[in-house]
Design a binder for this molecule. Structure first.
Ligand code: ARG
Length: 462
């Protein structure tokens, strides 16, 4: 195997160590981006007078042909090469001889690998964003279908207050919406040109990097060539965005695993997305969501792996950085798979209205009883005490507010009037909320309309 650096050495590389250290097995994923970068670099060298127009045109044609072949047949992107950059250069030299050998003038793999990864993320992040939007769309669809359905909300995993089922579902859309924006920001961070940095000190050829950046669609060039050769912040930002998205998918999964379980049964998973037990015939297990929850550990590991790799290296490129791609690709693949399965699971959910609403009734209306007294002029701390005592009595008697006679209400406080019965229902509790982020039906309708408009805007972007 000839390497890009064999001139310096008397002996061929140790075959096993070379193979072990090569990255072509996984960085072939950057093939398309490597060619894209080289196409632009060839034209930049031509503009700088390093390549003749004829040479640049020949390189262009050969790279296009290599790109076409690789796109048509992934098996074509293969060989004993050290990495994808060496692979593309070998093919170019096989086709063009000396003209191909001129392409690497003034350029280093150090800036090239960063460029490729930046191009890759810029190209791939929109697909992740679309997949995030698909989960949001599924949640919005379920929220619409739930209408005025009710369920309990929980704090400390104890029943807290009634909410609309739609409000609960949109509570999972909200963080995903932030993830969408975070992915856009990660894409923007990657959107800087590294070429012109050389191996570390810059390049001695008068390459117009601004024109080169424009030709590759980059919004800016990097600030410092030393920094550029080892900066993987953009990759870490990307993995952070994917890790946090995974955390959100994991929490959604956990909620659904519990709320579809036999103790709650507010929702039911579709059979198609459930699994059975080899021994217990009654089991209907939520394996897909358990896997999402499980894979979140791995996604967090990707972030830690890259940050740990980054933290110890001295200035400039170090081979440690080759590990970045494992973390980036694994984070991307893990999130892609999880987003797809979560969208399907959410789409396939059915709401068990009666069960969910029944659980939203009872003592979780206590805050509304306290608010009733506040409406009659009682200071909240005092009304909290009165209702607390009432709750204590009802708990001891295994009863709740609905079973109370008017005499009992009056015994608790003579400020309770006959309208208390209509006021203390789950729906009245929800309808009494006043703020735009609350579970009030009009607030939830407005949130749904806003999300629909946002999703509609994304559709027209395509
Ligand atoms: N395969 C290397 C990587 O992924 C490419 C850069 C190699 N540069 C070097 N000086 N060895 O990081």
């Amino acid at each position: 195997m000839t390497t890009l650096w064999s001139g310096r050495f008397d002996a061929a590389p140790d075959a096993a160590a070379f193979e072990w250290g090569s990255s072509f097995g996984f960085d072939r994923r950057l093939f398309e981006d490597d060619v894209t970068g080289s196409l632009a670099w060839a034209r930049a060298l031509e503009r700088a007078g390093v390549l003749t127009p004829a040479e640049a045109t020949a390189i262009d044609a050969a790279l296009q042909e290599i790109l076409e072949k690789g796109r048509r047949d992934p098996a074509f992107v293969d060989g004993a090469d050290e990495d994808v950059h060496s692979f593309v250069e070998r093919l170019l030299v096989e086709r063009l001889g000396d003209a191909g050998k001129r392409l690497h003038t003034g350029r280093s793999r150090n800036e090239q690998v960063s460029l490729d990864l930046r191009l890759y993320l810029r190209r791939r992040i929109p697909a992740l964003q679309a997949a995030v939007a698909k989960v949001i769309r599924a949640l919005v669809g379920q929220a619409r279908a739930a209408g005025d359905g009710l369920m309990p909300s929980y704090t400390h995993f104890r029943p807290a207050q009634p909410v609309l089922v739609a409000h609960f579902l949109l509570a999972h859309a909200a963080p995903l919406r932030r993830d969408y924006a975070r992915l856009a920001a990660a894409r923007e961070e990657a959107n800087a040109l590294t070429l012109g940095s050389g191996a570390i000190a810059g390049t001695s050829y008068s390459v117009d990097v601004h024109a080169l950046a424009a030709s590759l669609g980059f919004g800016r060039i990097v600030a410092n060539s030393i920094d550029a050769s080892s900066d993987r912040d953009f990759a870490a930002t990307f993995i952070y965005a994917t890790a946090l998205t995974m955390v959100h998918l994991s929490r959604l999964s956990e909620d659904l695993i519990i709320l579809c379980g036999d103790e709650h049964r507010f929702f039911e998973f579709s059979d198609a997305l459930s699994t059975g037990s080899s021994m217990m015939p009654q089991k209907k297990n939520p394996d897909p969501l358990e896997l999402v929850r499980g894979k979140t550990g791995r996604a967090l590991g990707d972030l830690l792996a890259l940050l740990t790799t980054m933290k110890g290296i001295p200035s400039g490129y170090n081979k440690d950085l080759q590990e970045d791609k494992h973390a980036v690709f694994d984070a991307e693949d893990t999130l892609t798979g999880c987003l797809a399965v979560v969208a399907s699971v959410v789409d396939g959910l059915s709401l068990n209205r009666e069960r969910a609403a029944a659980a939203a009734s009872g003592l979780l209306l206590a805050t509304d009883v306290a608010d009733y007294l506040v409406g009659r002029g009682v200071p909240f701390r005092r009304s909290h005490e009165i209702v607390g005592a009432l709750v204590r009595k009802l708990v001891a008697e295994h009863r709740s507010f609905e079973s109370m006679s008017m005499d009992e209400w009056r015994a608790a406080s003579d400020l309770f009037d006959t309208d208390i019965v209509a006021r203390i229902t789950p729906y009245a509790s929800v309808a009494a909320k006043r703020t735009p982020q609350s579970t009030a039906p009009e607030a939830v309708s407005a949130a749904l309309a806003e999300l629909d408009a946002w999703l509609g805007g994304l559709a027209t972007l395509k």
